[in-house]
Write a protein that binds this ligand. Structure first.
Ligand SMILES: [Zn+2]
Length: 295
């Protein structure tokens, strides 16, 4: 499946600044605090939790955020002009994988960024095990064999651009590429869900199984707490869609995440606490069909 030509179609994520936290939401340190973007700035996130991440934790979160932003969504970010802290370093050309003849090896040719066809991928993870009643030991680490994939191009229909480029470059075939780093992506989901829950529930850090994942810890069995629906979902009007879902106090506390939901991307769920613990009348009700609502 392909997306229509993309340039200029993305709406801005609304800006929201929460009250300052005053200590690191991951480790509790009060030294060298900086602002935490719930969704990274490089993906257009504008929800900010001030004074919420220490320099050590910032280094850990920056690592997987960079991987997601550059490796997985680099061409997408260039195409949409999503924010970067290093504007001058933006490449004018990108390397396209091509074959000159059926019996030749694949090689790379530079093409202008505005004519670069590429793929956007999101890993499908299955629903979090805790929401389907499975024991934690049954859950896998950050791996998947299934991806949501869309062909994307800046200025033309994706397939028309491929045909044009084959003719213009005089090659036999083109292989648009995408890289999915599922580990980095699961860490990103953990960070987004936890920091958003802290922000929305009043700015107090709390114990969460997601903190370890967001801090570079072991990802074994992480699909017990993190997962996705595997369904075609309609695009939203907004750039991203985030919500903390309100279940009964005995049910898990769940954050729903759709990054770049404007493109019709999958819905993810991350369990920030095994039990909600108290009633939060201000939160959104659980999604229909989400097992948490029956707990
Ligand atoms: Zn910290």
């Amino acid at each position: 499946m392909t997306l229509p030509p993309l340039k200029g179609l993305l709406p801005l994520h609304p800006a929201r600044t929460y009250p300052p936290v005053g200590r690191c939401i991951y480790c509790g340190s009060t030294a060298a605090l900086s602002d935490e973007h719930v969704v990274p700035l490089g993906l257009g996130g504008r929800f900010v939790l001030p004074d919420a991440s220490c320099s050590d934790c910032r280094e850990k979160t920056s690592k997987f955020e960079r991987t997601c932003q550059r490796t997985m969504y680099g061409p997408l970010r260039l195409l949409y002009g999503l924010p970067t802290r290093r504007k001058k370093g933006r490449p004018q050309t990108l390397r396209l994988k091509v074959k000159h003849a059926p019996d030749k090896d694949w090689e790379y040719l530079p093409v202008p960024q505005e004519r670069y066809p590429f793929l956007i991928t999101f890993p499908y993870l299955g629903m979090p095990g805790i929401l389907t009643g499975l024991p934690k030991t049954a859950a896998a680490g950050a791996v998947t064999k299934r991806l949501w994939i869309r062909g994307a191009s800046p200025s033309h229909d994706f397939h028309a651009l491929l045909e044009k480029l084959v003719a213009e470059l005089g090659v036999h075939s083109i292989m648009p590429e995408a890289k999915a780093d599922v580990e980095a992506f699961c860490r990103l989901l953990a960070k987004v869900a936890y920091s958003f829950a802290v922000a929305e529930l009043g700015g107090h850090p709390f114990e969460s199984p997601l903190v370890g994942y967001a801090s570079g810890g072991d990802l074994s069995h992480c699909l017990h707490y993190i997962g996705s629906r595997e369904a075609e979902e309609p695009p939203t009007e907004t750039l991203h869609d985030l919500a903390v879902l309100n279940g009964p106090p005995s049910a898990p506390l769940v954050v729903r995440i759709r990054l770049l939901s404007r493109l019709g991307t999958p819905t993810y769920y991350a369990v920030v606490r095994e039990t909600t613990g108290r009633a939060y009348p201000s939160l959104k009700p659980p999604d229909t069909g989400l097992p948490v609502s029956a707990a």
